[in-house]
Design a protein around this ligand. Sequence first.
Ligand SMILES: [Fe+2]
Length: 151
Amino acid sequence: MTSESPTGILRKEHEIVLKLLDNLEKCLEKSDMKSSGRNITVLEGEFSKHSLNKEEKALFPEIEKFMPREGGPTGMMIMEHEDLVNSIKNCKDAVKTGNIERLNENGSHIIELLRQHIGKEDNILFMMAEMHLDGKQKKAVLEKFKKFDKK
Ligand SMILES: [Fe+2]
């Protein structure tokens, strides 16, 4: 699909992540550690490909050509990504050690933060990108996306 835009692809991936969060929420409500653990592992893979690679290494650098990272929205999103990476790690540790309290605490944090985070990206950051990125920039981002999808 050549007409697909980088933000269109990322918005669709957000829908997948939101479904994973709904699943995780249900697993936590049932105190189902095993399923929660499986869910966290899938989420970790999605998050790494989507947020840490496609956003941070492909889209954000193009946005930062017209908006500085420092004190700007990409800087804020990157800080939230770091928080999420940390919380995912904590969840995995909690599953390994059978610490249900720690799993609940970190899992709930991920669910709340990541839902808000996706809302901010969809409604603010991606709108800015759609207004400002030119065709050449979009093409460069899409090329990088292809590489990350192959990994
Ligand atoms: Fe995202």
